[in-house]
Write a protein that binds this ligand. Structure first.
Ligand code: DLZ
Length: 159
């Protein structure tokens, strides 16, 4: 999947939102970049946030589910899965992706999808928002989650 075509997301408001960032711990350098990108974006938006760490990407959905039920307006899930020599990659990616999607649909809380699923660590570093990275997926996940939370609030206000 190419990162070309990513929109510049305009966020108006957002300072009143409360956002949870749930972040896995595998692949420290990449995760440090994703978390820093997410926290910088949240600071610019002015939204309050809490950072919660989980062991691996497989654990993201269950904790995202708890956070979605704990009064946060949006949850941002960050993780990195690197393909190895066994089918484990497919199972962890599918469980995390399907689980996060299910949490969003079941709870109505937007989940920013900041899960990198890469063949190599180099591919992940290119997307980690570090000096020299081409993309900043931590920031992108925050912007998507916050923009969606604001859309949902507008819809709710019209009811
Ligand atoms: C076991 C495992 C492996 C092999 N690779 C990764 C990875 O690349 N990224 C990641 O976030 N987590 C990995 N894990 C750990 C699983 O997500 C999970 O934490 C364990 O299977 C324990 O439930």
């Amino acid at each position: 999947m190419s990162g070309a075509g990513a929109p510049a997301i305009a966020i108006e408001g957002g300072a009143e939102l409360k956002v949870a960032v749930v972040a896995a711990q595998w692949h420290t350098q990449v995760m440090d970049g994703l978390v820093a990108g997410a926290e910088k974006a949240l600071a610019e938006i002015g939204a309050a946030h809490d950072l919660i760490r989980v062991p691996g990407s497989f654990e993201l959905p269950v904790v995202a589910r708890a956070l979605a039920g704990a009064g946060y307006d949006a949850v941002v899930a960050l993780g990195v899965v690197i393909r190895g020599g066994t089918p484990h990659f497919e199972f962890v990616c599918a469980a995390a992706t399907d689980g996060l999607n299910r949490v969003a649909l079941d709870t109505g809380t937007p989940i920013g999808f900041g899960l990198l699923t890469c063949d190599t660590e180099e591919q992940a570093l290119e997307r980690a928002g570090l000096a020299g990275s081409r993309e900043d997926k931590g920031r992108e996940a925050v912007e998507a989650a916050v923009a969606t939370a604001l859309v949902l609030k507008k819809i709710e206000a019209k009811r």
